[in-house]
Design a protein. Structure first.
Lengths: 115, 112
């Protein structure tokens, strides 16, 4: 069975400082992993995805994530936080259920950015 | 514009009063899903559909029904809503063999 664990429910950073949102995954086979972002009162937007190509994945808005099989991790980073990055972030693994590609979500990490 | 639409966006209702949340996509996707989002739990899949007339239960199907009579539409039906179904609901669609699901804007449901 596939699962993801987001290690922090809340992260608070100052504008201009680095962002690190941590995610560990569990999968019995090579996983497909995603990060989605949800801004307040908005829907979900795909930030980036890993599908067994390059282990360092670049996404939108300056975010990137590194797939580390030995650590079963897929942490999301950004070198310099912006106020507009304040949102909830979800780490997601693709599961297989009856041939359908199901998304399995972590509990979410709420990122606050302070001036 | 490629999109997934949901209606209504906000709904307040009372226990036991049947309701339907509509979902429509204009991308000709075969796959559609419903999720609910609750604080501290992320999103959990309620039902999914792999094509017209093909639906199956997700992780939390109790108290919900769906139908897929047309490819573009996937309504979520609550026959007798209860307060524990107060949540934020998302519809999503995708194509087979792709990794990206497209999400609707969400429907915030409150059951009193």
């Amino acid at each position: 069975a596939q699962s993801v664990t987001q290690l922090d429910s809340h992260v608070s950073v100052s504008e201009g400082t680095p962002v690190l949102l941590r995610c560990n995954y569990s999968s019995s086979y090579s996983p497909s992993l995603f990060w989605y972002v949800q801004h307040p009162n908005k829907g979900l937007q795909l930030l980036l995805k890993y599908t067994s190509a390059a282990t360092l994945v670049k996404g939108i808005n300056g975010f990137e994530a590194e797939f580390k099989k030995s650590e079963t991790s897929f942490h999301l980073t950004k070198p310099s936080a912006h106020m507009s990055d304040a949102a909830e972030y979800f780490c997601v693994v693709r599961g297989i259920s009856g041939g359908y590609n199901k998304l399995i979500f972590g509990a979410g990490t709420r990122l606050a950015v302070h001036p | 514009e490629a999109q997934v639409t949901q209606n209504p966006r906000y709904l307040i209702t009372v226990t036991g009063k049947k309701l339907t949340v509509t979902c429509s996509q204009n991308m000709n996707h075969e796959y559609m899903s419903w999720y609910r989002q609750d604080p501290g739990l992320g999103l959990r899949q309620i039902y999914y559909s792999m094509n017209v007339e093909v639906t199956d239960k997700g992780d939390v199907p109790e108290g919900y029904k769906v139908s897929r009579k047309e490819k573009r539409n996937f309504p979520l039906i609550l026959e007798s809503p209860s307060p524990n179904q107060t949540s934020l609901y998302f519809c999503a669609s995708s194509s087979p063999g792709t990794d990206t699901q497209y999400f609707g804007p969400g429907t915030r449901l409150t059951v009193l």
